[in-house]
Design a protein around this ligand. Structure first.
Ligand code: AMP
Ligand code: GLY
Length: 420
């Protein structure tokens, strides 16, 4: 098979690795890819939907896998499917589960999926009037894609009013037609859960715990993710049963009832309260980054067959197998200063001293080659992933290599997987 993966991050590097190691893979392309990906796929510097469609028509691939959400909400998957390509990724209707918080909330309400109580507002005045009647912590969510910056977890009424001011009056995300969903604050522990579906059948793709804050012990600003452990340590059998019956099955049934064709991956962001009850915080309609980096090392099944079956509605003839006894940890190495200001073009001196294998892999998010040098060109730069029998074994491995990487500007959290 010839396959095209769309995207340029460490998530797409992890997907490319899975595709490339399949016996079914003849030729793998990645648009636009990055330096790390170019070691295992042919990268082409194409990143807008129109050019991608043109190039797909030239190459005529057997499968197209779309990594990032922005392409999905622009309906790239739907348009490619309209041209008879096999695509892993939902059409724009399904992608709305991620791109619109209001749509997600209405979907949960109509299919009885547990989630925080919420109300939607279309003006600053109405949101403010509502907030003036509320006390204590509360959450304000901008209704649209906002690169992870659209959720304001507020500790009091004033912070929430300020967040609404940013959206409606300062218009930080969008110039007009702004909306916010204001919802109850939920206390608990979070986990990320993944399910691939061809619309009718589904297979669970595993779990991870994401470390979102920049600083140790979950301090400082939110980031795109500073590390993950897989499986999520809090996921016991009882919780899995609840997630299965109350969230996953109801979602698949709901998609069918609402006639939303969904061929791709559902990423459930879940909060688990002190009574071990799961609530859906969000849907994403693509793999998580950095979740997939850690989950992918534990996958035994052939990912390319699974992705192709998802895209051709043949999932019922497949099954999935993970190394259930194994754990994995992903540690993100970022450029010091991230998520605020940070330098670019910094030199990583010795990356080729750390060969990849089935138990350890370095995925690239923001590297480029300049002559013989490897330079950085972003905030989150490398994903170091190790698999082992215990979380401790994985931790020892990733932290040993993180220390050995010779890069003056490296920053990483010291506590990924520390308490397990
Ligand atoms: P979301 O993009 O909706 O998952 O929100 C991003 C992050 O905000 C989540 O991963 C949580 O850490 C936090 N969050 C979102 N909704 C809530 C909520 N209702 N209660 C507490 N924290 C929340
Ligand atoms: N790790 C969270 C995300 O991919 O959105």
């Amino acid at each position: 098979m010839n396959i095209i993966v769309i995207g340029s991050g460490a998530r797409e590097h992890a997907l490319c690795r899975l595709v490339e190691k399949s016996y079914l893979c003849e030729k793998l392309y990645c648009f636009p890819g990055n330096f790390g990906i170019s070691q295992i796929a042919e990268c082409r510097n194409i990143s807008n939907s129109e050019e991608i469609i043109e190039e797909c028509q030239k190459i005529s691939p057997d499968l197209i896998i779309i990594g990032p959400e922005n392409y999905l909400s622009e309906n790239l998957a739907g348009r490619l499917r309209g041209l008879n390509f096999n695509v892993f990724g939902p059409d724009e209707h399904g992608a709305k589960l991620e791109s619109s918080k209001e749509f997600m909330k209405e979907f949960c309400q109509s299919h009885d999926i547990p989630t925080a109580r919420s109300k939607t507002f279309t003006s600053f005045d109405s949101a403010k009037t509502y907030l003036e009647l509320r006390n204590g912590p509360i959450v304000v969510k901008y209704d649209g894609l906002a690169a992870g910056k659209g959720v304001f977890v507020c500790s009091n009424q004033q912070e929430a009013i300020d967040a609404c001011f940013k959206v409606f009056e300062e218009k930080v995300f969008n110039k007009e037609n702004n909306k916010v969903v204001i919802e109850d604050f939920l206390e608990g522990k979070e986990l990320s859960f993944f399910t691939i579906t061809d619309g009718k059948n589904y297979l669970n793709f595993g779990s991870a715990q994401d470390y979102k804050r920049i600083g140790d012990n979950d301090t400082g600003p939110n980031t795109g993710g500073m590390g993950t452990v897989s499986p999520a340590p809090i996921l016991n059998e009882e919780l899995m049963k609840k997630i299965q019956s109350q969230i996953i099955e109801k979602t698949i049934t709901g998609l069918n009832k609402d006639k939303i064709n969904f061929q791709g991956v559902l990423f459930f962001g879940i909060m688990v309260d002190k009574d071990n009850k799961p609530y859906l915080l969000e849907y994403n309609t693509r793999f998580g980054d950095p979740e997939i980096q850690s989950i992918s090392l534990r996958l035994n099944s052939d990912f390319l067959s699974l992705a192709h079956a998802t895209a051709t509605k043949n999932l019922e003839y497949t099954n999935i197998d993970f190394d259930n006894d194994k754990k994995s940890i992903c540690l993100i190495l970022a450029t010091s200063g991230y998520p605020e200001q940070y330098p670019k073009d910094t030199l990583i001196k010795n990356l080729n001293e750390f060969p990849n294998n089935d138990q350890f892999y370095i995925f690239h998010a923001a590297t480029k080659k300049n002559g013989h040098n490897i330079l950085t060109n972003g905030g989150r730069v490398l994903s170091l992933v190790a698999m082992g029998d215990t979380y401790e074994e994985c931790r020892n491995k990733v932290y040993k290599i993180a220390e050995e990487i010779d890069w003056d500007h490296k920053y990483y959290r010291k506590d990924i997987g520390a308490n397990y």
